[in-house]
Design a protein around this ligand. Structure first.
Ligand SMILES: Nc1ncnc2c1ncn2[C@@H]1O[C@H](COP(=O)(O)OP(=O)(O)OP(=O)(O)O)[C@@H](O)[C@H]1O
Length: 472
């Protein structure tokens, strides 16, 4: 079990930490390090594989093009092709640096990248190497506007380096600290929750359960939209899409042609989804693959669920205040843990604290298991705001159901949450075009002022692999 970094709101430095507990030694409370506000816990052994490096979402963007041209010109990209400008932050498994390609690519603007540097030797000693490898595998698979793009990855001496998209806007924890009363408005919270939900939906469809949602891991891009970061606690599983067949009640069926409910109404069995590769690279197809095309039958249309609803892990993973009850009790957990954490995340954004926080981590865990959910009372300015508050509290209550089987999202996945009243009016397909609550250029100035800079001499010096990356 690794030590956790203690962090209070007052001395926040944008880093968060994780704890690893071997399954064999897990007696849930006795083995935890109860000192950290945001410590996480993990052990999971999952098959991994690096997926395609084809990223249609980034293909026409300068950072991707620059990297492509660099690769074409020099072959394998390495550490000496980058200039590290400053450290952006550090976490439990690595340091993240702002960097640029050392020799600008002709005809393209100089782009910034974030490079996560992990000391593999140090991690091996701490038995956390597997987490770094999992993160690399997962980053390699992603291609989504609210998830990081992995531009390059290479080893340099005993360091592993991941070159990712850079987010100049800091994280949502820091952003919340800047809000009046350290709370986001309902509309801002809705925006961030909606984008986060889309990112989680995509991850689930890729067979990834994220497990570490918290405001510190939600970064703000240059355009103010979000990017989920930090995948070293995630787990991967195979996704086998399912078709849920509703069981109509008799009253409904009488209004419809009874034939609609017979197999003859449906088109012959045909593959619906075959886009999910298993870890050995073979295609997976849906197990139930019948879709009816007759409009009259629509009410009884089966629904496709392409998320790993039944995936199960027994790892003790997450961040104390964000741990789902089923993770704490060790009964096995699946993608529903991400819906629990979405509830805690929404609560924290709106109320400025998490719902079950106790005096220490042990009490927090007891509260998560036993304490009923309550909401602080704040004065509202209008009936519209009151209405929104009622809706969001209803959604949070459904996300924070202690029984994962009763939790919203546990049956059909994200679609249940997206159709909740609180999100009514959200244009899911075009949310990328919505103006975000904060513009990052100002945030960048604030952040820049607080970051240690490398001297000109350091920046211009020929690159040498450092003995220490200023690691621990
Ligand atoms: N793409 C990025 N753009 C800007 N800053 C970043 C980026 N990625 C990470 N950071 C900064 O670096 C810090 C550490 O990164 P990260 O959380 O990935 O490290 P970690 O060692 O995996 O942390 P954890 O202890 O949470 O597992 C973050 O808190 C964030 O402030």
């Amino acid at each position: 079990m690794a030590a956790a970094i203690t962090r209070d709101e007052s001395d926040y430095d944008s880093s968060s930490s994780s704890i690893t507990i071997p399954d064999s030694s897990r007696s849930w409370m006795s083995n935890l390090s109860f000192g950290s506000r945001r410590s996480s816990v993990s052990l999971c052994s999952v098959e991994t594989s690096l997926y395609s490096s084809h990223k249609p979402h980034k293909a026409n963007q300068a950072p991707w093009e620059a990297m492509k041209r660099l690769r074409r010109a020099i072959g394998q990209v390495g550490l000496d092709h980058f200039r590290l400008l400053r450290r952006l932050g550090s976490g439990d498994i690595g340091n993240v640096y702002l960097c640029q390609i050392r020799n600008p690519v002709v005809g393209l603007p100089q782009c910034f990248y974030a490079m996560k540097v992990v000391d593999r030797e140090a991690l091996a000693i701490r038995k956390k190497l597997q987490r770094a490898d999992m993160e690399k595998d997962i980053l390699g698979m992603l291609d989504h506007p609210f998830l990081p793009t992995l531009y390059a990855e290479f080893d340099a001496s005993h360091y592993s380096c991941l070159v990712m998209e850079y987010c100049p806007g800091g994280d949502l924890y820091a952003a919340r600290q800047r809000q009046p009363e350290k709370r986001f408005s309902i509309s801002s919270a809705k925006f961030y929750a909606a984008e986060t939900l889309l990112a989680l939906e995509y991850l689930h469809m890729m067979g990834i359960v994220y497990r570490d949602l918290k405001p510190e891991n939600v970064l703000v891009r240059g355009d103010g939209h979000i990017m989920l970061s930090d995948f070293d606690l995630s787990f991967k599983c195979d996704v086998v899409p399912k078709l849920l067949r509703p069981i109509p009640n008799l009253e409904d069926t009488e209004k419809y042609d009874k034939n609609c409910l017979t197999p003859s109404c449906a088109t012959p069995m045909q593959p619906v989804l075959s886009c999910f590769s298993s870890s050995n690279g073979k295609k997976k197809t849906a197990t139930v693959t019948t879709i009816t095309e007759q409009a009259d039958c629509q009410k009884f249309d089966p629904e496709l669920v392409a998320e790993p609803i039944n995936a199960k892990s027994k790892s003790f993973v997450g961040t104390h205040e964000y741990l789902a009850p089923e993770v704490i009790s060790g009964q096995g957990h699946g993608s529903a843990v991400d819906w629990w954490t979405l509830g805690v995340f929404l609560y924290e954004m709106l109320y400025g604290r998490t719902p079950f926080k106790g005096e220490n981590n042990e009490k927090t865990l007891i509260n998560i298991l036993r304490q009923p959910l309550t909401f602080p009372r704040f004065s509202v300015n209008s009936s519209k705001q009151l209405e929104e508050m009622v809706k969001v509290e209803d959604l949070i209550s459904k996300l924070l159901m202690k029984n994962p089987k009763k939790r919203i999202g546990s049956l059909k996945g994200s679609v249940e949450i997206k159709s909740h009243e609180f999100f009514k009016g959200v244009n899911w397909a075009l949310i990328r075009s919505v103006r975000p609550p904060e513009v990052p250029s100002d945030l960048y100035k604030i952040r820049k002022a607080h970051l240690p800079k490398l001297s000109k001499e350091e920046r211009d010096a020929p690159y040498q692999i450092p003995r220490h990356f200023d690691y621990f």
